[in-house]
Design a protein around this ligand. Structure first.
Ligand code: GUN
Ligand code: ZN
Length: 427
């Protein structure tokens, strides 16, 4: 089945972190995208593409901006219901809000209800792929992947492995965490567009035996991704030092158990030593920048420039529900503000890169999703660049494309998402 979408188009032809940012983007004002059987076949000028394909049905999005769907590199779908919970920092926030909520996912019915809600919210915000932590319950993973399968979405996720420092009812054991993760990996990895992610929550909630088991599982299934948390808050880092004496730093704990390497996605990575930065660079691991979470929970200011200067694949992430928004526009806006607080105004092309291509590469999907270009899967978002009164008046008389786009990044939300296409079909 073929279809032509008309609108402005945005395609990355280079990496805006490695060249003058605007030169990394091809923007066509009267553009068109030809999709067939779930793939992008061609991106070009509307007139040329339509003339060459007169019989293919057309959807005209007018001045809407067609670009790759957003890719959320790190989220917790089971925290949907507790997003925006007041007044705590990481450890207290986990104990007060997160763990009690995650306990509810022992009920398959509840897990299904939240998985449906979570994916609908993702689609409403133009997120076409995410890598999510589920809970320790295998039911939570089945619910998540079943809901993703129903929508034809390319989604990643896995069962949280956690055997200590959490309520007993929410803990697995080193053995059950391993066995259940392995069974779920067999069940879901590579099924349709789904991918399994081995997901030890973070060092403080896993025993040494569990971290060893997680490393052993990953060694058996290196095609699966591995996701965890690293260097988010000072209290957490001090706790890791107490729980794991004798290691050089936080990352060294993961290194010791074989959890650092290509396909590892480390959430946050705010407070790192020079040794950790260097070891991450050498390892081939990826980072997930979670800006709204980092400001909301009061964690700190991630150094996106340094990550890119070192060539570490870095994605953008909502970190729902520590993150305070489902919107990747809001998430880019907060990344911009964090950049400003570090003395570095990130270019809109750099923000968009992290939200699409950067996240896709961080999740080892860079050859399939994250760009509006021939050969990529047709996961497409259409942005309305005048979605509210304040944006509309701001872009009146804008001088160039970037000035037209930046207000939507800073001020936009789900109202700016005009349409989403999943695998070549309107969602
Ligand atoms: N560290 C360990 N678990 C979590 C979590 O659920 N959210 C965040 N933001 N950090 C974590
Ligand atoms: Zn997280």
């Amino acid at each position: 089945m073929s279809h032509i979408l008309l609108g402005q188009t945005l395609t990355f032809i280079g990496n805006p972190w490695q060249m003058p940012p605007a030169d990394a983007v091809q923007h066509i004002t009267h553009g068109a995208v030809l999709v067939r059987d779930g793939k992008i076949i061609e991106v070009g000028s509307a007139d040329t593409l339509r003339a060459a394909n007169p019989d293919i049905p057309v959807t005209d999005y007018g001045k809407g901006l067609l670009m790759a769907g957003f890719v959320d590199a790190h989220a917790h779908y089971a925290q949907t219901a507790i997003i925006a919970s007041w007044g705590k920092r990481l450890i207290d926030w986990l104990n007060s809000y997160t763990f009690p909520e995650e306990m509810r996912f022992g009920s398959a019915a509840y897990a299904h209800a939240v998985a449906e809600r979570y994916l609908n919210l993702n689609l409403a915000n133009g997120i076409t792929t995410a890598s999510a932590f589920c809970t320790t319950h295998p039911e939570s993973v089945d619910a998540y992947f079943e809901a993703a399968q129903k929508r034809g979405m390319r989604m990643l996720g896995g069962k949280v492995m956690m055997d200590r420092n959490a309520p007993e009812a929410l803990c697995d054991t080193a053995l059950s965490g391993y066995e259940e993760s392995k069974a779920l990996l067999h069940k879901w990895q590579g099924v349709g567009r789904l991918g399994y992610v081995i997901s030890p929550r973070f060092a403080p909630t896993s025993s040494e035996t569990q971290l060893e088991a997680a490393g052993a599982l990953w060694a058996q299934f290196p095609d699966a991704l591995m996701q965890t948390h690293l260097g988010e808050q000072h209290e957490e880092i001090e706790w890791v030092a107490k729980l794991f004496p004798g290691h050089a730093d936080y990352l060294a704990v993961y290194e010791h158990y074989g959890l650092v390497g290509p396909g590892a996605v480390m959430g946050h990575a705010i407070h790192l030593t020079d040794r950790e930065w260097g070891a991450l660079k050498d390892s081939g691991a990826s980072l997930a920048h979670c800006p709204t979470s980092n400001t909301f929970i009061g964690s700190g200011l991630f150094d996106a420039q340094k990550a890119h200067d070192l060539g570490i694949p870095t994605g953008l992430a909502t970190d729902v529900g520590g993150g305070s928004s489902f919107s990747m526009l809001r998430t880019m806006a907060t990344a911009y503000e964090i950049g400003q607080l570090r003395g570095n105004a990130l270019h809109p092309a750099q923000l968009l890169w992290m939200a699409t291509r950067g996240s896709a590469q961080a999740l080892r999907l860079g050859d399939r999703i994250g760009n509006l270009a021939p050969g990529f899967e047709a996961d497409i978002v259409v942005l309305n660049l005048s979605s509210t009164k304040v944006i509309e008046q701001r872009v009146e008389g804008a001088d160039d494309f970037w000035e037209t786009l930046f207000p939507t990044i800073m001020l936009g939300d789900d109202r700016a998402i005009s349409a989403v296409w999943i695998n070549g079909k309107p969602a």
